[in-house]
Write a protein that binds this ligand. Structure first.
Ligand SMILES: Nc1ncnc2c1ncn2[C@@H]1O[C@H](COP(=O)(O)OP(=O)(O)OP(=O)(O)O)[C@@H](O)[C@H]1O
Ligand SMILES: Cc1ncc(COP(=O)(O)O)c(N)n1
Length: 451
């Protein structure tokens, strides 16, 4: 017997396919999944596309677009829907006619031109979109250029965006209009909503990263949250947070505009849990191994970073709060495993990851000649840096010594080191650091040293 009240919500995207996986239905489906919503699809056009350009477009016959909508609406049910690339007037008309038969919330992203400058909606279809689809829309999400086209106004400031949003809503019958600020100048990326007679701004810092598919993912995120029953304003707030993260963590693939990363929203919390659990287990094992003589005066730490591109600063690296110390005859973690708990060792592993991104874990130990000899004897790759060789401009920069040292040691080794040491300096204890892909890998190397 099928569950009569399914626990999962569904969202439908009516849009084009992007073979590069950055925009269109591909971005929408990833976004729906990121919010835990089951995605449904009606493909309007197949594009041969990459990060540089759109090479070919094959439009789907309008009746097949309609059949796709009906097929899923009638069997599975739709909790909210969005439209993206609709390509031509016939498809717009068929979609508008079909959607009038259903009452789920609808987000219309009036996609007209791709980031790479290719037309995705014929000039003649724009009027049809406005007349036939906008009146059915809960929200319309134009970017600056689309809003200028729709309103006939020039948009340079937020005040301009406010005026245009209101004009579009009042003239077309769309319930809400949000003008996205990706292409409106300013230190922040600000989106301006006009909804039910009032304005609201959504603001986030303008970030560096990947922006292909931002409009698609943003409207899909709003749709997913409407499907889950959130209010329009709550749905936009979440979508705004989501899109900023997706831009910063975008995967630098292809030679043109790299795609936004909708999965970061899901993957970061998931990876944090994996890192946390793996490190907690390894710290317990380290305590059991009890290498009392290897604990430095300043204490040891054991760290594990999120994978790239999510490991950006020390808050993305888990470590032991208060470090690991000698306590009588045993080795004890002072506090719990936490993200951001390590400073020095976190910086060391982050720098290591710039050269070898797969090496995400590290453990620092008391240096001794014997330890280094043993490491070489068991076949570990050993390298070092000498703090006395540190250039003055590096020394002058707070926190720059360790990254400089790690880089120096990696370059010196000419291959991936397992252990890096330094002999100390005034007031600095000599130290050895074991690096590994995982905390288990680090412990494996440590056990070779303890044999
Ligand atoms: N560099 C950036 N930093 C932060 N947010 C941004 C940036 N660029 C765009 N955004 C945000 O991303 C969302 C999409 O806006 P944008 O104006 O880029 O839409 P678009 O042009 O339709 O996107 P696309 O054409 O890439 O699909 C908005 O919330 C916008 O504020
Ligand atoms: C199938 C499809 N839909 C939408 C876009 C717009 O996205 P962008 O403006 O980032 O190129 C696209 N390029 N391809």
């Amino acid at each position: 017997m099928r569950d009569l009240r399914p626990y999962v919500k569904t969202a439908l995207t009516i849009a084009g396919s992007d073979s590069g996986g950055g925009a269109g239905v591909e971005a929408d489906l990833k976004t729906f999944s990121a919010f835990g919503v089951h995605g449904l699809v009606a493909v309007t056009a197949v594009t041969a596309q990459n990060t540089n350009s759109i090479i070919a477009v094959h439009e789907v016959p309008p009746e097949v677009v309609v059949k796709q909508i009906e097929a899923v609406a009638e069997d599975i049910g739709v909790d909210a829907a969005k439209t993206g690339m609709l390509s031509n007037a016939e498809i717009v008309r068929a979609v508008a006619r079909t959607l009038k038969r259903y009452d789920f919330p609808l987000v219309v992203d009036p996609v007209m031109v791709s980031k790479t400058g290719v037309t995705l909606l014929t000039e003649g279809a724009i009027g049809v979109l406005v007349d036939e689809l906008f009146p059915r829309a809960t929200l319309v999400t134009p970017n600056r250029f689309e809003a200028e086209k729709l309103s006939g106004m020039t948009i340079r400031t937020l005040e301009d965006a406010r005026r245009a949003a209101r004009a579009i809503a009042e003239e077309t019958g769309a319930e809400g209009v949000i003008i996205k600020g990706g292409h409106i100048e300013g230190g922040d990326a600000v989106d301006v909503l006009y909804y039910q007679g009032h304005f609201r701004e959504y603001r986030a810092p303008r970030v560096e990263g990947c922006t292909h598919g931002t409009g698609c993912s943003f409207s899909a995120a709003i749709t997913a949250n409407l499907a889950k029953g959130l209010s329009l304003e709550e749905a936009i707030s979440l979508a705004k947070e989501f899109i900023t993260l997706g831009i910063v963590t975008g995967h630098r693939i292809g030679h043109g505009h790299c795609p936004v990363n909708p999965i970061a929203w899901l993957e970061i919390p998931a990876e944090k849990w994996r890192v946390y659990e793996a490190l907690k287990k390894a710290v317990r094992e380290f305590e059991r191994m009890n290498p009392v003589a290897l604990i430095p005066e300043v204490g040891a730490n054991f760290v594990y970073a999120l994978p790239k591109p999510y490991a950006r600063d020390k808050k993305d690296v888990a470590g032991v709060k208060g470090r690991i110390v000698r306590y009588g005859r045993s080795v004890k973690a002072v506090g719990p495993v936490e993200f951001g708990a390590s400073d020095h060792l976190a910086r060391a592993v982050l720098r290591f990851m710039d050269f070898h991104p797969e090496v995400r874990s590290a453990l620092n130990l008391r240096y001794s000649e014997g330890l280094v000899e043993k490491a070489e004897k068991v076949g570990l790759v050993v390298s070092f840096y000498d703090r006395r060789e540190e250039p003055p401009e590096v020394k002058a920069r707070e926190g720059a010594t360790i990254p400089w040292g790690i880089e120096t040691a990696i370059r010196r080794a000419g291959r991936r080191p397992d252990l890096i040491y330094h002999l100390g300096d005034w007031g600095k204890e000599p130290m050895a650091i074991i690096f590994g892909e995982t905390p288990q890998d680090v412990l494996r190397k440590l056990s070779l040293l303890l044999k």
